[in-house]
Design a protein around this ligand. Structure first.
Ligand code: NAI
Ligand code: MG
Length: 358
């Protein structure tokens, strides 16, 4: 199979973990006789430094012409401390999602048994949890009209959704539920927000097309509570951009670490695959970032964009095997991990590659 992949590593640990993800793709290509070609592109702080633009046109053009994008992260401390900076790294990421029409963000929360003890949640609550989030990505309060009053003392953001935006992601979520445990939980705040009332209406309209799927609606506040109280009750969770942002960070604690969670952003054309974590300035340059979220993002790419199920499963199995062998990065190590088993980013990558070579 021939595929062209754009690697957009971005900022901070994005560079470190994406290097490992790319090595996994190269090894899979080699092992299964696929022809994967690669190109790179700039985004975020790195792109601002080089061109003044967090999302250069060239990055969009290259991405549009690709079969898939392997993405790292964007962000730099400079902007975190200056919330009023007009040109910002995250505009690159929001912009590319919008430009490529990547409206559905899939975030599987998969708990590797070996990491039960890495979570701050009790093992008996976690064991068996397996959730697939569908977070809407191109609408909501992030893209609605925003502004300030003339005296700058009042500010507003607009939460806005249109029927077609809700429909297209709801259909994807229902389709996914059919391939899983056939349960779908739609999360909104329909008791207060008009955009949420529309969200719920549309989901209720689509539900009869999927009579086998058991549908429930939860308010975001209740959903946040239930996710920690009883994560096993969820199968597919469908929600908007803002609620999904918050819920999936919360859900990362089910998987033990931000460093373990992959995501796929898909629309009707190419797909973008990235860890859910950011550029993690606190550990940038130390070589200790967990690369497994990037490796698992590669597995999602192989599965969703390329339809290479066997290869995808092999990558997930390699992660499982390396964890079973006792290897950990610092974020998922605990008191029982012998210090020689606590690996750096590339060392962890090397163990994955060794597994994949067989
Ligand atoms: P973050 O996700 O970068 O880090 C949160 C915490 O998790 C940090 O303590 C970090 O060390 C740890 N962590 C994250 N990924 C890890 C990994 N792979 N291995 C080990 N530990 C890991 O979020 P934070 O600190 O709030 O933001 C840092 C920067 O990233 C900011 O500039 C923010 O705007 C940006 N950001 C970018 C995102 C993206 O590109 N998709 C998403 C979230 C934040
Ligand atoms: Mg987030």
């Amino acid at each position: 199979m021939k595929k062209h992949i754009i690697v957009i590593a971005g900022d901070g640990i994005g560079q470190e973990v994406t290097a490992v993800g790319k090595q996994v793709l190269e090894l899979i290509a080699d092992k299964y006789n696929h022809e994967f070609t690669f190109d790179t592109a700039l985004i975020g702080h790195a792109a601002i430094e080089a061109t003044g633009n967090p999302l250069p046109d060239e990055t969009v053009t290259k991405s549009k012409a690709s079969d898939a994008i392997l993405f790292g992260a964007v962000g730099h401390p400079k902007y975190d401390n200056d919330p009023s900076a007009k040109v910002r790294p995250e505009q690159g990421l929001l912009g590319i999602r919008k430009a490529l029409g990547l409206y559905a963000n899939l975030r599987p929360i998969k708990l590797f048994d070996e990491l039960l003890s890495a979570s701050s949640i009790k093992a008996e609550i976690l064991q068996g949890a397996d959730i697939l989030f569908f977070r809407e990505l191109t609408g909501d309060v992030y893209f609605g009209e925003k502004g300030r009053s003339d005296d700058r003392n009042t500010a507003y953001d607009t939460m806005i959704y249109s029927r077609y935006e809700i429909e297209r992601i709801a259909v994807k979520a229902f389709d996914a539920a059919m391939t899983r445990r056939k349960k779908l939980c739609s999360v909104d705040k329909a008791n207060v927000l008009e955009s949420s009332r529309l969200w719920r209406e549309v989901v209720q309209e689509i539900a009869p097309r999927y009579p086998e799927v058991e549908v429930e609606h939860q308010f975001i506040d209740a959903a946040a509570m239930l996710l920690i109280k009883d994560p096993k009750r969820f199968d597919v969770v469908l929600t908007g951009n803002l609620f999904g942002d918050i819920l999936t960070d919360e859900a990362s604690q089910i998987a033990g670490s931000m460093g373990m969670l992959a995501s796929a952003s898909v629309g009707d054309t190419t797909g973008l695959y990235e860890p859910i974590h950011g550029s993690a300035h606190d550990i940038t340059g130390k070589g200790i970032a967990n690369p497994l979220a990037s490796v698992l993002s590669v597995a999602l790419m192989l599965d969703i964009s390329f339809g290479l199920k066997t290869e995808a499963e092999e990558v997930v199995s390699a992660v499982d095997a390396v964890l079973k062998a006792g290897f950990r990065t610092r974020d998922i190590a605990d008191k029982s991990t012998p210090s020689e088993n606590v690996l750096g980013t590339q060392q962890m990558g090397d163990e994955i590659l060794r597994q994949l070579k067989g």
